[in-house]
Design a protein around this ligand. Structure first.
Ligand code: SF4
Length: 353
């Protein structure tokens, strides 16, 4: 606890005066609103000028004392080293931090997305594609200052954003590290890359800090959340409420002149075999609750991992027919900002049918 609080206080003391950067954007053609990259600034700079950033960090850190950061609401004192279901105690654990080129094109640009993979997770998906990191916790426990250094290093390497993978359970540390890095010159947008099991209340704490939200919406009904997400029947209701709040904050995706994401929601849905993920309900929900211009990535790369082979409904890859059916439905409903790689995959799967 001491070190973390010290980190926080150091960040507070380092706070400088007003950061006088210009803002504003222009509107371009295409599916995404276009912003002027020269004038763009990350949301957290404005929050800092308004004197509200510190307050959000304090509030987030206080939550760790009886942890209710995510819907599991374990109530453990993580500041004293106790662990809840996510198995993450007081310090942030990082598996890796590097430029990544496998994300959606607007996030990757020419230099990559500055991806920080956090270890541990508040979801316990039986089909986890990342289980050595998320379930086994492989990684290195570091201080918030070191996380700030990793962010700055990714910026120096030319990355277009700080892509925080599985951030939910370490959200307070991320806020603190972002502020420390901001004092040292961080100017990249934060990309909050979450499995979607979030409390709407916690997402409200990120208002004015996160520019890009990259959530999954994995399942559409409670029974699937109970069975496949480590006993989380409340996953759909929490994820939907959180994603609506994300969209309220940042809206549809905005890009700069080079097509690089600056702000907005990029929403993912992994198609699973036998329609267990509810892909058509997902499409209907997006159209009815967000906007038909939402950037949506309907993903086809499901593979049988971790414990999935023990669950007959999800113990195979998807068929081309299953993928084509969902993508064609998304087009029929009028979703008009489908990820370009997913459209390429659609063509491949059409040929494979
Ligand atoms: S973040 Fe971890 S400890 Fe906190 S409520 Fe969620 S699962 Fe429990």
């Amino acid at each position: 606890m001491e070190v973390t609080r010290r980190s926080f206080l150091r960040g507070t003391l380092l706070a400088g005066g007003a950061l006088l950067l210009k803002g504003g954007h222009v509107y371009g053609a295409g599916q995404e609103e276009q912003v002027n990259g020269d004038d763009w600034e990350p949301a957290y700079l404005r929050l800092e000028r308004e004197g509200k950033f510190t307050q959000g960090i304090e509030e987030a850190y206080a939550r760790l004392e009886h942890c209710d950061i995510c819907p599991r609401q374990c109530g453990v004192n993580r500041l004293r080293g106790e662990q809840g279901l996510c198995r993450n105690a007081e310090r942030v654990v990082v598996h890796s931090a590097q430029p990544h080129f496998g994300e959606e094109v607007p996030l990757v640009g020419s230099n990559g997305s500055g991806t920080v993979f956090f270890s541990n997770c508040n979801l316990r998906c039986v089909f986890c594609q990342n289980w050595p990191i998320a379930h086994k916790g492989r990684g290195r426990a570091i201080e918030d200052e070191q996380l700030a250094d990793e962010m700055l290093s990714l910026q120096r390497r030319g990355c277009h954003n700080i892509n925080l993978v599985t951030p939910t359970h370490v959200m307070p540390h991320i806020l603190n590290a972002t502020r420390i890095a901001m004092q040292e010159g961080l100017r990249l947008p934060l990309c909050y890359n979450t499995g979607g099991y979030e409390r709407e209340e916690m997402i409200r704490l990120l208002d004015g800090i996160v520019d890009i939200y990259l959530p999954d919406l994995k399942f559409m009904d409670a029974e699937k959340g109970e069975r496949y997400l480590g006993g989380a029947p409340d996953y759909p209701e929490n994820a939907k409420a959180a994603i609506r709040e994300m969209h309220r904050q940042v809206g549809d995706l905005q890009v700069d002149e080079r097509g690089i994401a600056k702000r907005g929601v990029v929403l993912r849905h992994l198609v699973m075999p036998n329609d267990v993920s509810g892909p058509k309900d997902f499409v209907d929900w997006v159209a009815d609750n967000l906007s038909k211009s939402t950037y949506v990535n309907i993903m086809s790369q499901y593979r049988v991992e971790h414990e999935a082979f023990e669950y007959p409904q999800i113990s195979r890859s998807i068929t081309s027919e299953e993928y084509v059916s969902v993508m064609e439905y998304a087009k029929e409903v009028g979703l008009r900002n489908l990820d370009e790689r997913s459209l390429s995959r659609l063509n491949v799967h059409r040929r494979n049918r």
